[in-house]
Design a binder for this molecule. Structure first.
Ligand code: ADP
Ligand code: MG
Length: 249
């Protein structure tokens, strides 16, 4: 396989700033993510990780700077936004499945509504995805009938159904009972191995070590440092990162 090193990044965040009132929650954030790269974002609570994820998906406006996905700037609103947003699959801490729709419907809804995929095709693809995340037999059930770990795997399948170019995960396992964390992380590790471009906010350092190409450490609205996982974990440069890592153990 040849690598095109001149290729522009799949996700490009340039000089992004945002305030919440007086709080400068994103301070001149620059982050490029290449195709196939897995970037893990870690940092203390309140450092702006979720805000950055939401900004990348246009769930949050920015005051300055530019965010592009595959070279395209996200439009402010409307049908074009829905389409471009489909390029970014997002999985949140809370599963956010549609409570009154079946597991299968949860996965087919986006492709049918946003992408105009016909029902038969959408259902066939959804079943293949549910199979892939190990919950195909749950397809006719409602979300509440599934465990948290199963629901989160459905949420991943639902995001993948839109055939996104990049997957964004915001603490996908932090609301789960401990025994369910690995079943979700395993699906994510598999996705990473298959070459999916991923941005993952997580406190699961095992995942970062196993799957990340790069760790980005955020604190107080800034990217403080970034490095390969082994480098970051064994030799963090900033006192903020050292302090953060010491508290994780
Ligand atoms: P993280 O995900 O790293 O924990 P967040 O991006 O959720 O951090 O939040 C960063 C800071 O912005 C926090 O201090 C939080 O209280 C604040 N914040 C987040 N969302 C809002 C909002 N909608 N309005 C006001 N303040 C917010
Ligand atoms: Mg957060």
């Amino acid at each position: 396989m040849t690598t095109d090193t001149s290729a522009s990044p799949l996700v490009s965040v340039k000089g992004v700033n945002k305030h919440y009132g007086q709080l400068h929650v994103l301070q001149d954030i620059n982050l490029d993510v290449n195709k196939g790269e897995v970037v893990v974002i870690i940092g203390p609570s309140g450092s702006g990780k979720s805000t950055l994820c939401r900004a990348i998906n246009r769930l949050e406006t920015i005051e300055s700077g530019e965010i592009t996905i595959d070279g395209k700037k996200l439009p402010e609103e409307g049908k074009e936004l829905a389409k471009l947003r489909a390029d970014v699959g997002m999985v949140f801490q809370s599963f956010n499945l549609f409570a009154h729709k079946t597991i299968l419907e949860n996965v087919t809804l986006g492709p049918i509504k946003v992408k105009g995929v016909d029902k038969g095709t959408a259902e066939r693809e959804a079943m293949a995805l549910l199979e892939r995340v190990g919950v195909a037999h749950q397809a006719p059930k409602l979300p509440a009938q599934l465990s948290g770990g199963q629901q989160q795997r459905v949420a991943i399948a639902r995001a993948l159904a839109m055939k996104p170019k990049v997957m964004l995960f915001d603490e996908p396992t932090s609301a789960l009972d401990p025994e369910m964390i690995n079943e979700v992380l395993d699906v994510m590790v598999q996705l990473a191995k298959e070459g999916m471009t991923m941005i993952v906010v997580t406190h699961e350092m095992g995942f970062a070590r196993k799957a990340a190409d790069r760790v980005v450490f955020m604190a107080d609205g800034q990217i403080v440092e970034q490095a390969k996982p082994e480098e970051f974990f064994t030799n963090p440069q900033s006192s903020r990162a050292k302090d953060f890592l010491s508290k994780l153990l």
